[in-house]
Design a protein around this ligand. Sequence first.
Ligand code: 5GP
Length: 164
Amino acid sequence: TVERDELTWELFGSASRQLARQVAEGGFEPDLILSIARGGLFVAGALGYALDVKNLHVMNVEFYTGVDQRLDLPVVLPPVPNAVDLAGAKVLVADDVADTGATLKLVRDFCAEQVAEVRCAVVYEKPWTTVSCEYVWRRTDRWINFPWSTLPPVVRREGQVLDA
Ligand code: 5GP
């Protein structure tokens, strides 16, 4: 079996606090946090409380279909953040991991056209990522088990179609 990194719920609690501290100590004061669904929602929620930012937004990007199983390109699914909300803002993008970096590249490019400043916070960063994040809790070259996606869903949903 392949070695994995295991993030427990408990460890996630301290990881997200440390990540928030990095952001605060670096002097960045985001107007809003943009979470990348679904994994980034947990990170964004934790950072929102720790940094006292209530303005949370969601962008949904689909790229992985399984362990190391990727689509050719990351795809943006609804909800797409409102350009009016992002205009001129200092944005903190929150995600679980920068692996290839393709997801964060897409999000950064999407933001670059409209926001004042964009910085990224991730729990993990892989050494080969094409986008380097300003705030990283840990670096690893292994596959990570996140507490929210390690167990299988409690229901089986076949042929689920996401809203277009
Ligand atoms: P990237 O676009 O940087 O290759 O990958 C971003 C997304 O792929 C992450 O937000 C995450 O959902 C998924 N992903 C990439 N690497 C891992 C990993 O090691 N473990 C898990 N559970 N998901 C991963």
